[in-house]
Design a protein around this ligand. Structure first.
Ligand code: FAD
Length: 436
């Protein structure tokens, strides 16, 4: 953890997730790596831990390995905005209206799955169904939102609705947008508490979760796999790789298909209740309509604003300062009155995008995987963990509308997204063009 200094940072500003103040991922007391396990899962985030729960409930002996503390990845760093991932509709339409409907319907099952798991395992993670509002940057984009909603309604029922600019202040205290789209089913949660609760629930079922256990190689062998971890080997009959945006070179098949993209957030200091009531009257999850997305929300106790978006800088000096400055500038466009509000936290994490913008689950040379949530992964990673576990169990409940989607890479892509700066520039130019 490093202190952040600068004119708009509070005296105690840090570069760790706001969520970690309440639930910092911590490796449990050092655990011996077992020599073998019926199932090994690599990655202890939403995907890996949801899979572990389903497998353990079916009586499997499960070991989950994480290179860092369990939950350390995107799962304890995200915005905690829990929705079905509506954007999938547009992308899924490439496969026709029936497939698009099946995919979106499954997205809602995913959302429900999180609510069910949280209730079943009694996870205290501040889950609250508060709805979502997406502000249109121009009148034209507002009209486009309406047309898109009509298109969705031709294929399936949808409870989202347009909010005209005249009624916008009931959703959000800003003049920036020209109306927007409200989606009542969305929820907010405390992601670090959710992932810690998943780990606790899995341990109660006898799952061994071992932190500080980086898997450096996977070898196929008779009856399963041998995994190298810190000079030792653990063998498994079944293997699930659940490393998403942090996959790296572990599995070249995934490395060529997952595009790791960094996303970042800042948290403000506490704001007076009357300010929060004005800026976020319904305590909704919020976003702007830009292609280079900004997303924001109140803290679960409703006293701070957490604001997220793309990073300007990935490496080099003062990464935190540069990215926090950029995010704060975007936040001030929405809420100019926060000019004097200090920033107390900046942090970032790795998301896993895919070339077709859809998440994927499946099996490659006997190794199971679930990944590619394209920045919307609380519901989807949780669901995909559960679904891939069902498939590993050979369950008849296993089918998923996502399972037969082709998972493609692109020529010259080997895991380093060299094209990203150009793509961001292109999308930013299109955003500017839209807002001209
Ligand atoms: C800043 C940010 C904001 C986001 N906001 C939202 C949001 O508001 N709503 C939403 O729905 N989604 C959001 N997401 C996306 C969501 O957080 C992810 O899709 C989800 O957490 C992915 O979970 P996962 O378990 O697949 O991966 P992760 O949680 O990233 O876990 C992967 C784990 O694998 C481990 N690992 C990697 N390699 C190895 C190895 N070789 N050996 C052992 N372990 C290894 C890592 O240490 C890591 O803990 C956000 C993501 C980020 C980064």
């Amino acid at each position: 953890m490093a202190r952040l200094t600068g004119p708009f940072f509070s005296d105690d500003a840090v570069d760790t997730p706001f969520w970690w103040d309440a639930a910092k991922p911590a490796a449990p007391a050092a655990t011996e790596l077992p020599a073998q396990s019926e199932v090994v899962i690599v990655g202890a985030g939403f995907t890996g831990l949801n899979a572990a729960l389903t497998l353990a409930r079916a009586g499997k002996q499960v070991t989950v390995l994480d290179a860092e503390a369990p939950g350390w990845g995107a799962s304890s760093r995200n915005g905690g905005m829990l929705g079905p991932g509506w954007a999938t509709f547009d992308t899924a339409m490439a496969y026709g209206p029936d497939k698009a409907r099946a995919i979106v319907e499954e997205s809602f099952l995913a959302l429900q799955h999180v609510k069910d798991v949280v209730a079943r395992e009694a996870i205290a993670c501040d889950l609250a169904v508060v709805g979502y509002f997406r502000g249109a940057m121009t009148p034209r984009l507002y009209d486009a939102m309406g047309r898109n909603l009509d298109r969705i309604r031709q294929v399936m029922p949808c409870d989202a609705y347009l909010v005209p600019r005249a009624e916008q202040l009931g959703e959000i205290g800003t003049e920036l947008y020209h109306g927007g789209l409200a989606m009542p089913g969305y929820a907010g949660l405390h992601p670090a508490r959710y992932v810690a609760g998943l780990a606790e629930a899995a341990r109660r079922l006898g799952v061994q979760i071992i932190g500080g256990a980086r898997v450096t190689a996977i070898a196929s062998q008779a009856g399963g796999f041998g995994l190298s971890v810190g000079g030792r080997t653990i063998t498994a009959k079944q293997l699930l790789v659940a490393t998403n945006g942090y996959t790296g070179a572990l599995l070249p098949f995934l490395q060529r298909r997952i595009i790791p993209i960094r996303s970042a957030l800042i948290a403000t200091g506490q704001l007076p209740a009357e300010v929060m009531d004005r800026l976020m009257p319904k305590r909704r999850m919020l976003a702007g309509s830009q292609r280079v997305v900004t997303y924001y929300r109140p803290s679960p106790d409703g006293t701070r604003i957490l604001f997220g978006g793309r990073v300007l800088k990935v490496t080099g000096e003062n990464v935190g300062h540069a990215n926090a400055t950029h995010l704060r500038k975007q936040m001030l466009q929405v809420f100019p009155e926060l000019e004097r509000t200090p920033i107390t936290h900046y942090w970032h994490g790795q998301t896993g995008f895919t070339f077709d913008k859809l998440p994927h689950l499946g099996e490659q040379e006997g190794i199971f995987y679930a990944c590619g949530y394209n920045g919307t992964g609380i519901a989807r990673a949780s669901w995909f963990g559960h679904k891939i576990a069902q498939r590993m169990l050979g369950s008849t409940d296993a089918p998923s509308a996502y399972a037969d989607l082709p998972f493609s890479s692109r020529p010259l892509y080997y895991g380093k997204p060299w094209f990203l700066p150009l793509a961001v520039l292109f999308y930013e130019m299109r955003d500017r063009w839209d807002q001209r």
